[in-house]
Design a binder for this molecule. Sequence first.
Ligand SMILES: NC(=O)c1ccc[n+]([C@@H]2O[C@H](COP(=O)([O-])OP(=O)(O)OC[C@H]3O[C@@H](n4cnc5c(N)ncnc54)[C@H](OP(=O)(O)O)[C@@H]3O)[C@@H](O)[C@H]2O)c1
Length: 267
Amino acid sequence: MSGSERIGVAVLGASGRMGRAVLREVLEAPDLELVAAVTHAGSAHLHADAGVLAGLPAVGIPVTPIGPVLAEADVVVDFALPSGTLAALPHLGSAALVSGTTGLEPTDRDRVLGHGAVAPVLLAANFSVGVNALLALVEAAARSLPDFDVEVVEAHHRHKVDAPSGTALALARAAADARGVDLERVRQDGRVGRTGPRRDGAIGLHALRGGSVTGHHTVWLAGEGERLELTHEAASREVFARGAVRAARWIAGRPPRCYSMRDVLGL
Ligand SMILES: NC(=O)c1ccc[n+]([C@@H]2O[C@H](COP(=O)([O-])OP(=O)(O)OC[C@H]3O[C@@H](n4cnc5c(N)ncnc54)[C@H](OP(=O)(O)O)[C@@H]3O)[C@@H](O)[C@H]2O)c1
């Protein structure tokens, strides 16, 4: 940690929607120190002031490209795109990584988690407290209602580039794990045409895109003559940014390992 005892934070993907929200949380927290605001070398936002990007007064910290500056942080908070997260890995040194980037291929996810050999790592598809509680509820419901059909429906703003959302996949995985099945074997992404009857044990995933929806997830558990719906609605990005900053505070100084939001929240 820095000599002032404040936790040094670098924000990766600083110019993005989430990155700006994280910058704001970090700059307004007395116990955190913004060490760097980072994006890719081709970004139109290079050299912009991090404070201004966050909608605050200038702080004299310009946005810089991915590089050794990341290793100067105690914790790197990452909301970039998968290419950005992967490009940053060789530059992290012993900095902890808190990453919210979604859409990583399974092998790339393993590469990111590999940083856990040298520093603490936390990868979360969703940093909201509510969604993390929802994951536990879905697990319990899927286990106690083994004959109910599970369908996960998510909705996001028109700019989102991956589908289904990382959170939808995490919810589907929670249901699959609770039933002792491999999600990749039972998942069914959308339906179109003459699909035939629903496959026994399938877990459906459906993505809606439009407008400015921050994040909506509903898990349907449908049985004979009754249906249970578990829904989470995120009203603003600050929910995720606050959760990521909470995780950054929690992870700073911990031993190298992979952690989850469940550890942070004590769930
Ligand atoms: N875990 C959660 O709770 C949570 C919540 C919301 C979103 N997310 C995820 O967080 C990620 C970012 O979401 P967003 O809405 O903020 O997206 P966004 O507005 O498109 O921002 C993406 C950021 O990544 C930067 N970037 C793009 N390519 C890069 C590269 N190769 N190297 C480094 N940086 C790169 C962009 O830079 P420029 O703009 O400068 O080009 C921008 O700063 C997505 O994966 C999203 O699904 C996670």
